[in-house]
Design a protein around this ligand. Structure first.
Ligand code: MCA
Ligand code: AMP
Length: 465
């Protein structure tokens, strides 16, 4: 397939070209097992995949791509409300990884012992490869439609920036339902021809044991590695450590560099744009900076009044991006789509940044307090607030991202409750509805929420208090 060039042969193979949570898989075996999935999925409107960190997930995803059917990864821990939304909104007709129908969607069994050679027509490059669900400030997650072409353009740009080749062994243990772990972390290996070790969970010990050359992690992972000296030192044998999905704190950058001998690469992106800015394997790695736009991507900084912001390394503006890696839009959400695009076709990231005279980008924060990044997961405050308000005892709720040394931000809920409900009960209530990482880490029961004259909750005041 055009997207997954390493599956076309010519890159060599090995019985463990891929190792997912301890299970070895050759590329030939992957292609055969994915062929069996593709034969069943061909013609479906969309293929949802319960994206557990295991080989079956990779087989199902590749099967969907081979068949030219949009793949919709579903977080395996998604509660019934979130899962039903993703299945319904995406129009998925099949669910790989399920044993029985879920919300009326038929299960598609994935069996690694079953292989089939299929000759399906090559999906056109503008066809959707994925519909990836991502949180907004309010409402349920929106499905971002990403084409084969956008994914290929991004992976090629990253391969160039990071000198990523078939000689590499990529190691990570990130979830397989987001851009970071799935698009970069699996398809990247299947396009560049590098080997892949998925560690199941991204623990420092597993990273140290894996003996790879190229490592991916979110800042929480790197912070845990840096705090585990023997594991950090073991990474000295690697070639490149890459951080992304949230800001990498400068002390973590420095500690990692001191212990492993590698200054980490930091890169920036979004589900909607894929990875657009990065430092380079052959360039400066400046702590606190995400570097330069990758090949084909252009960026600009825009002030609140819509005028360009100077590249002086200090003036802040909204970061806007354009280029071949952008998504095609939000599924079934024309209005949301219009909000994130400018009249001249640029994408509004909602991130606030500076650009230095030499072009280096620094992400300063998000324009909205209602988008929380916890452990690299994006969480919309509104979605968690709505889940809390579904509880009969809850009269009102406000959710914020409080600074947290391990997670970057931690989800904290301020709740006005009528009855005798405890914080733990409310946390469990949210976990039953949404993915587990959306659970509040802390619930603070309050008599009322601070509001301004317009009735809007003063979240900054909640954070200060
Ligand atoms: C978690 N636990 C809790 C709560 N939250 N218990 C009670 N109340 C809570 N609120 C439990 C967990 O279930 C777990 O239990 C234990 O506490 C430890 O949880 P945690 O601290 O969350 O650690 P973790 O489970 O190890 O998670 C940290 C993590 C994870 C591994 C860094 O956050 C992660 O995988 N992040 C990656 C996110 C990611 O890939 N984002 C990419 C988005 P137990 O041990 O029993 O299970 S794509 C993107 O952003 C763009 C495109 C980009 O730029 O990449
Ligand atoms: P997601 O919707 O999960 O794709 O998250 C995208 C968001 O993650 C961006 O809009 C940024 O706020 C944040 N992000 C990703 N990479 C970085 C980074 N290197 N530094 C700071 N923020 C980042």
């Amino acid at each position: 397939m055009d997207l997954l060039t390493a599956l076309q042969g010519g890159f060599g193979d090995a019985p463990d070209a891929l190792r997912i949570d301890g299970r070895p898989l050759s590329r030939e075996h992957l292609l055969g097992a994915a062929g069996a999935v593709a034969a069943r999925a061909a013609g479906a409107r969309a293929l949802a995949v319960l994206a557990r960190p295991e080989a079956e997930t990779v087989v199902a995803v590749v099967g969907g791509l081979l068949a030219g059917v949009p793949v919709v990864p579903v977080p395996p821990d998604a509660g019934p409300v979130e899962r039903a939304h993703i299945l319904r909104d995406s129009g998925a007709e099949l669910l790989a990884g399920a044993d029985e129908p879920v919300d009326g969607v038929e299960p598609l069994p994935v069996d690694l012992t079953e292989t089939q050679a299929v000759s399906l027509p090559e999906p056109a490059s503008e066809r959707p490869a994925f519909v990836l669900y991502t949180s907004g400030t309010t409402g349920p997650p929106k499905g971002a439609v990403l084409s084969h072409r956008a994914v290929a353009a991004d992976l090629d740009a990253l391969a160039a920036a990071w000198a990523w080749t078939p000689e590499d062994t990529l190691v990570h243990g990130l979830p397989l339902f987001h851009v970071h772990g799935l698009v970069l972390g699996v398809l990247g290996a299947l396009r560049t021809g590098s080997r892949l070790v998925h560690t199941g969970r991204p623990t420092p010990e597993a990273y140290a044991r894996a003996g790879g050359s190229l490592y991916f992690g979110v800042p929480t992972v790197w912070s845990r590695v840096a705090a585990d000296e023997p594991s950090a030192r073991a990474l000295a044998a690697a070639r490149l450590l890459v951080s992304g999905s949230a800001p990498l704190p400068v002390p973590v950058f420095e500690k990692l560099a001191a212990l492993s001998g590698h200054q980490p690469i930091e890169r920036y992106g979004m589900t909607e744009t894929l990875i657009t800015v990065s430092t380079r394997a052959d360039g400066e790695r400046r702590p606190g900076s995400v570097g330069l736009p990758v090949a084909g991507v252009a960026t600009r900084l825009v002030g609140e009044d819509g005028t360009p912001v100077p590249w002086d390394g200090e003036s802040v503006g909204e970061l806007q991006v354009s280029g071949p890696t952008l998504f095609d839009g939000y599924l079934n959400r024309a209005e949301a789509d219009a909000e994130v695009r400018t009249s001249d076709g640029w994408f509004r990231t909602g991130d606030v940044a500076t650009i230095a005279p030499d072009g280096f980008h620094r992400i300063v924060g998000r324009a909205s307090v209602d988008l929380i990044k916890s452990g690299g997961f994006k969480i919309g405050a509104g979605e968690v607030e709505a889940a809390l308000r579904d509880h009969p005892a809850v009269a009102d709720a406000a959710v914020v991202g409080a600074p947290d040394a391990d997670l970057g931000q931690a989800v904290v809920a301020f709740v006005v409750a009528d009855g005798a409900v405890t914080g733990d009960q409310l946390t469990a209530f949210v976990a039953e509805r949404l993915s587990v990482h959306k659970r509040p880490r802390r619930v603070v029961l309050v008599a009322e929420l601070p509001r301004n004259a317009m009735g809007k909750v003063l979240k900054k005041r909640l954070l200060e208090g």
